[in-house]
Design a protein around this ligand. Sequence first.
Ligand code: C2E
Ligand code: CA
Ligand code: CA
Length: 542
Amino acid sequence: MSTPTLDRVLDAVFRVDGRFDIKFVSEKGQQWLAATASVTLPTSFLQLVCADDVDRFCQVCDATPDGFSCDIRILRNDELCWVHVRGYRLAAAGQFVLCLIDISNWKRDELAGRHAAEHDALTGLPNRVFFKRAVEHQLLSGTGRFTIAMLDLDGFKKVNDTFGHAMGDAVLIETAKRLTKIVGPQDVFARLGGDEFVLLMADADLAAAQARARGMLLAMARPFETAPHNAYLGVSIGLAQFPEHGRDCSVLLNNADNAMYHSKNAGKNRVSVFVPKESAVDFSIQTAIHNGIQEGEFYLDFQPQYDLNRRLIGAEALMRWKGQDFGQVPPDKFIPIVEESGLMPFLGTWALRFACHQLRQIQTLMPNFIMSVNVSPVQFGAEDFDQQVLQAIAECGVSPASVVLEITESTLMHSQERTERALATLCKHGIHFSIDDFGTGFSSLAYLTRLPVSSIKIDKAFVRAIEDEHKASPTEKKLVTAMINLAHSIDLEVVAEGVENESQFAFLKQSGCNMFQGYLLSRPLSAAALTHLLEQQTKVSA
Ligand code: C2E
Ligand code: CA
Ligand code: CA
């Protein structure tokens, strides 16, 4: 902001009567008037004041007649310029002295400052502050239905890491340009930070908003020209609508964000609409889970794992819950609820203990038996996850090398420093890691070489596609072979899950798969049934 010197500060002095008729004008003031009045000299000060500001000016004078100050716009050289007016009442004559200071520069700075505070410097788009104000305004205007879209680029981090930040910036600028073309005249499109954007669709009902969001997917599908190679990015979009999905700005933003994460988890580069939770049901299941833990309703089944000669060599521990009111609930249903309720670290550690306890007994029959245990991504959130695992294993008296922790691709993709540290510590103690559901997630292979992983589990969806008698699928077969070759090329073993028939088994065996698991070989079994199976195998081979 410029600092005016004193002689510049006081630009003009006027003396006016109670009706603002001009009685005296200082020399500078006269210059103003000469420059201003192209035809006749104004007789009233109010003739100089911008029509929009007259009422406000008069109100301030009336409210504090002894002395007042305000900022108004004055006509000068046929231009409106901002002045700061201080008025003093001359009690005897009922007149006012008005001292004017030209503050146009300050106002410009102030407006520029406000522009900077409400806009993103990189893309020039409005920022979060501006966006929130726009939503508040929309809410106050009471014009009804509108939709918020939350956007998060897919693969932006990769562009940044591979091509550098300058290229990352260029991609963000290009994204802003492409998407701005799609937004409607009433819409507000803003950048929230990083690769997160948000759109307020002022006039849009849900169907129109979905159509516009799909237009954004298309706009992003064109390659970004990043030297030396083009980059292909996508965008995950989540929609939330007023008033169905929230009645204030933060709830709407939050729910659009939830829907956006749904898009990410469902495979990215798509549009999802927020789905309100059946909170009452969730809540009662949550309560039942709490009770179930106390009542001992959770237990583990074990699904046998075989080598290529169909020798039983290990098992995967699978969690089971038989609730009093809900009956047998599949883990796909209860585990997300357990994760959300914050109980997963507890239940996960319990499962590991229970599995290691079984392992200890099984190893009396077969000392190199391997036990695999699933680990939820949220368990890595615990500061001392690695210590809990080591302690559980030590308490049961099994060797860490006979334990495999099955982790998901998303654990690795979103891995934080803490996760990587925990993995490294556990690996140092001899524990093995396997990537579960391989191929269904992001499948960026960079993490495979960086992190201490020793095997991948080909997801049952791929295995199922190998040998579907009705639609033989050479592409799926090639994909599975490629995955196996890739894993072997970086010294990872491959476990196939969901093997249901002989032709799948034959193909996987021929492709070099190391371990097999599925209904063809055995369904998940109780601990007692697993022990029995192992005893039989031991007898046969003895
Ligand atoms: P997952 O880790 O991919 O486990 C394999 C699932 O495939 C199991 O389902 C298993 O019963 C099923 N399965 C095994 N063989 C076949 C087959 O031949 N055909 C078909 N169609 N399915 C087969 P389940 O037990 O219902 O578990 C579902 C998911 O729940 C698991 O998928 C895992 O993600 C999660 N889960 C289970 N137990 C635990 C646990 O202790 N901790 C955590 N974090 N997650 C668990
Ligand atoms: Ca698993
Ligand atoms: Ca799996």
